[in-house]
Design a protein around this ligand. Structure first.
Ligand code: GNR
Ligand code: NI
Length: 173
């Protein structure tokens, strides 16, 4: 059981593009297990490896009410998108920010599972949104990138301000 440190916006490492996994080795399996621990600890419904400073194409998701519906996506590709939908999204890497983001309603995803086997699945609703949000992370993209520039500036300012306050209280010198 390991809880990994999450990177917070505007950390530049959130902008790195993840490399494909070549072999689903024991090391990768350990990373996946630690990612689930970290996601559950932080009460997230999904987590991309990028968010824990691991720049490989790995995503974990669990939308189950009792946190027992583990989904693992390695080297995922969204091969089909249809419709449009949106919900208020949040991100463990951008605390306190909640915004409505446009997404595809239904997607088909091709991926490897935790055993390195290829699979294809269709997703819609929250699962489709979550997968799109996580795949974006692997390409250095954040949900706030979809907002108009003025709104992004406002969010950036708000985060800078609270970061400054936080640092001041951490070391009041
Ligand atoms: O926990 C999360 N909730 C969430 C809600 C709406 C849309 C996307 C998400 S993903 C987020 C966890 C996270 O930051 N994953 O990258
Ligand atoms: Ni996120």
């Amino acid at each position: 059981m390991s809880i990994l440190e999450i990177l917070y916006y505007p950390d530049k490492r959130l902008r790195k593009i993840a490399d494909p996994v070549i072999v689903v080795s024991n090391d990768i399996k350990q990373i996946i297990s630690n990612m689930f621990d970290t996601m559950y600890f932080n009460k997230g419904i999904g987590l991309a490896a990028t968010q824990v400073n691991i720049h490989q194409q790995i995503i974990v998701v669990d939308l189950g009410e009792h946190r027992k519906q583990r989904l693992v996506f390695i080297n995922p590709t969204i091969i089909k998108k249809a419709g449009t939908t949106s919900i208020t999204e949040s991100c463990l890497s951008i605390p306190q920010i909640h915004e409505i983001i446009p997404r595809s309603e239904k997607i088909t995803i091709q991926s490897l599972d935790q055993n390195g086997n290829k699979f294809e699945m269709e997703a819609n609703n929250l699962l489709a949104i979550c997968i799109q949000h996580e795949v974006d992370h692997l390409f250095g993209k954040l949900f706030i990138d979809y907002l108009p520039p003025l709104k992004i500036k406002k969010i950036h300012k708000k985060i800078k301000k609270s970061l400054k306050l936080f640092k001041k209280h951490q070391c009041p010198l």
